[in-house]
Design a protein around this ligand. Structure first.
Ligand code: HSE
Length: 392
């Protein structure tokens, strides 16, 4: 198997090392495409090319691995490669979620594989399990912790009393965070991953902008202490579940107690809980971020390509046969019981509060526990506000 690699950052280097030390599988990296000529590299310069079209035109590669940061470059590389009949491995959840329909269609039209295990929950082999093991079972829900950076921040705030910004800086230093860490802490990164999980779990394509994501960017020590007083911890949870003919899907902080499988998932670890109609609940746990865990998932995809593996998208094909496209409406007409910490009452005006269960005011903080119309939470997305909201 001869491949080209695009991008030599955290995950690219992880893949390079994992491949170098792999005993069962060897692939030749013919070239590594990068942009910056002047950046110091840990391997000889003749491994690199700065001309992506020269690489994509080579006749000695069968596949490319796309691990670049720039979204436009990534889309161009992946699309061009597939159009030229090359198989692709990508760990770029944003690219995949935002352009899912186009990239799915290209796979069908060109008969090439696009694999992306490394895009979702790092080292946890979730996409392939959904494809190969749960492909015939009706799933009730898929949920869990699928952003390592925010889980690292929450863990360090809780266990070491670190403040939010110090914990975030550590997550960046350790190579867990995105180049733009807002994507992690505001819940965009886990939302993109959820969009991919939903395709394989339910055969449904959601556009990322339709899926609600609220993150941990406004969390305070007060919130962590509040949870601890109730014997709970705060986790950023991605959730998708079937409700009749519709699906609910969102990313929200959640107060979890000791009855939850997620309560002791710490640091950069991720956990995905699958609930099947027949199998019941199952939990997969593993490192969800970092150079080597993600590099290992990408390597596994490259090895899978070498024996002609590709996703079959059985559930998606069934839905397309039934409704012509596989796109789906989200169910948003329901209420959630939320912990809402706020500074000024005016901030609450954005929310459709149906019933207040508990109200707390002290010189340090104010919060409500309330039943809130889910659809009103979209008003908080992307808005500058200081509210911290968590499902209770
Ligand atoms: N920034 C991501 C995370 C990397 O923290 O989970 C792995 O996808």
């Amino acid at each position: 198997m001869d491949i080209a690699l695009f991008g030599f950052g955290c995950v690219g280097q992880g893949l390079y090392d994992a491949l170098g030390q792999s005993h069962g599988f060897k692939a030749g990296i013919q070239k590594i495409g990068v942009k910056d000529r002047h950046k110091p590299r840990k391997i000889a310069l003749d491994h690199f090319s700065f001309d992506r079209h020269e690489i994509l035109g080579r006749s000695d590669i069968q596949a490319i691995v796309e691990l670049v940061d720039n979204a436009e470059d990534a889309l161009d590389i992946v699309r061009t490669a597939m159009q030229r009949g090359l198989h692709v491995v990508s760990a770029n959840k944003k690219l995949l979620a935002e352009h899912f329909s186009t990239l799915f269609q290209l796979q069908q039209d060109k008969g090439v594989a696009l694999l992306y295990e490394g895009a979702c929950a790092g080292s946890i082999p979730i996409i392939r399990n959904l494809e190969e093991y749960y492909d015939t079972e009706t799933l009730r829900s898929i949920s869990g912790i699928i952003n390592g950076s925010s889980n690292y921040i929450l863990t360090r705030m809780d266990k070491d009393g670190l403040d939010y910004h110090t914990a975030l800086a550590q997550a960046q230093e350790l190579g867990f965070a995105e180049i733009d860490p807002w994507l992690d802490v505001a819940g965009f990164d886990p939302k993109y991953k959820l969009v991919l999980l939903v395709v394989h779990a339910f055969g449904v394509i959601f556009k990322p902008e339709a899926v609600l994501n609220l993150g941990i960017q406004n969390i305070s020590a007060f919130d962590i202490e509040h949870a601890a007083l109730k014997g709970q911890r705060i986790k950023l949870v991605a959730y998708a579940a079937q409700h009749g003919n519709q699906l609910q899907a969102y990313v929200l902080p959640r107060l979890v107690g000791h009855e939850s499988n997620l309560v002791n998932i710490d640091n950069e670890y991720n956990a995905v809980e699958i609930e099947g109609a027949f199998s019941g609940k199952q939990l997969l746990v593993g490192k969800g971020a970092g150079s080597y865990p993600t590099g290992a998932a990408v390597l596994s995809d490259v090895a899978a390509l070498s024996h002609q593996y590709r996703y079959e998208y059985k559930k998606l094909h069934q839905n397309i046969a039934a409704n012509g496209h596989g796109l789906h409406e989200l169910h948003t007409d329901f209420t959630l019981r939320l912990y809402i910490r706020y500074t000024h009452e005016t901030e609450l005006a954005l929310l459709d509060i149906k019933e207040t269960i508990e109200q707390y005011t002290s010189p340090r903080a104010k919060y409500l526990i309330a039943e809130v119309g889910f659809a009103s939470l979209y008003a908080l997305q992307g808005k500058e506000n200081k509210l911290f909201v968590a499902v209770v």
